[in-house]
Design a protein around this ligand. Sequence first.
Ligand code: ADP
Ligand code: MG
Ligand code: ZN
Length: 476
Amino acid sequence: MNMKYELVIGLETHVELSTNSKIFCSCGGHSSPKEANDCVCPACSGMPGMLPVMNKRVVELAVTAGLMLNCEISRYTTFDKKNYYYPDLPCAYQITQLNHPICKNGCVTLKTSQGTRDIRIKQIHMEEDAGKLVHGGNSSFVDFNRTSVPLIEIVTQPDFRSAEEVLAYLNKLKSMFISGGISECEEGAMRCDVNISVRPEGSEEFGVRTEIKNMSSFESIERAIHYEAQRHMDALEFETEELVQETRRFDDTTGKTFAMRNKETEADYRYFPDANLMPIIIDDEWLEAIKSAKPEAIDEKTEMYLEAGISEKEIEMLMSNYNIGKLLDDTVALGCNLKDTATWVLTDCAGILRKDGKTFSDLTITPEKLAAIIKMVDEGKVNRSIGRKILIAVVEDGVDPVEYCKAQGFDQKVDASTIETVMDKVISDNPQAIEDFKNGKVKAKQALFGACMKQLKGVADPSVIKELLDKKLESI
Ligand code: ADP
Ligand code: MG
Ligand code: ZN
């Protein structure tokens, strides 16, 4: 950024909520559809005469998000129709909130290389998503699976002064929403409109702003901001072009933004109250219930993880994937130790997935199964390396850990005298290896160890076997 100019950015961020069903009908939510148009009903495909019915869970998640962002929660909130015509919008209006949004006047604190900064949240409102157009060959298709998937839109004041702050904010929202169960924030579930202007350093007035629409990759957002800021500065400094308030798109291939249309104003949308939906009243009792169900704030959670001895890097992993964070929390809720469980999840589960060429999103193990394995190890029923073997079978084949352990004979206690008997036999069966060992071949000891492990079917603790073997060999 040229020292003579200051960058001013405000964000409108759309986040898909993780509800089981859509916002105004009982079709499955964002994660349900497998094939195009398989989560569609007369209501969300805009058939005449169908009426919306509000999904209560959407209100609760929107309020939870508002509480996390230190907002005032509206006790009276209403829906409006935003009218426009486009093939992905079957009703030709979107149900959203204009006049009485659910949350207002929040604030989020960011840590960046410039120190800490407060970004004011103007409002959060609830709305429905539109469908998706799919273009192929000479045809275009419309997929209504996404119509009426619940969204919250979080609007900030124009308080960002750098791309770095914008990224810090988006990363914070993402961790917050994932760990709070608001949204899984997977690819495309968090989409931003970035409003940018530039003004001379020290000026109080805002410059002309442009809005870059619908970006979901954080990397593209950063590139788009740098490009657009430079374009504005060039326009002011060298009068290369006249800046107009407009909507633009970012092209990932060229790294440039281009004009899409002149910015619509509110009047273009002919907003009016949606008479099909009753106002929602959030009374004290309901608000208290939502507050008490709210998960710990991300800062508190980070503190708790750090105290348990989990590293910052591991915390970042836990907070950036919904499956993992939830698996950890739910397993701990079943009575397992936090730090131990974090190792099982981040080291053991992750290792198995990596070996199979999978990611955390493919992890299907339930907290109950993981807790069962951890308990077997804690109670000394099996040693840790057997625990890991059981985990592999659970992760890869979905077996029941307790049954699997029994079926494999892992839970048979092997006492020291059994180990000794086996070892004596191994030694007497392998005179050559003993001879080699005496002649200084280290490999020979490895072979004897392997033979013992094989006889004991991997049930005895390897460290016990090793210790006993060392003793035996010493005395030979
Ligand atoms: P509109 O109703 O036209 O969308 P809003 O007042 O809701 O306008 O603002 C939309 C977004 O644009 C907000 O996030 C706001 O912070 C941001 N914004 C407003 N003015 C500017 C500006 N001059 N420069 C950068 N961002 C701005
Ligand atoms: Mg707006
Ligand atoms: Zn539906």
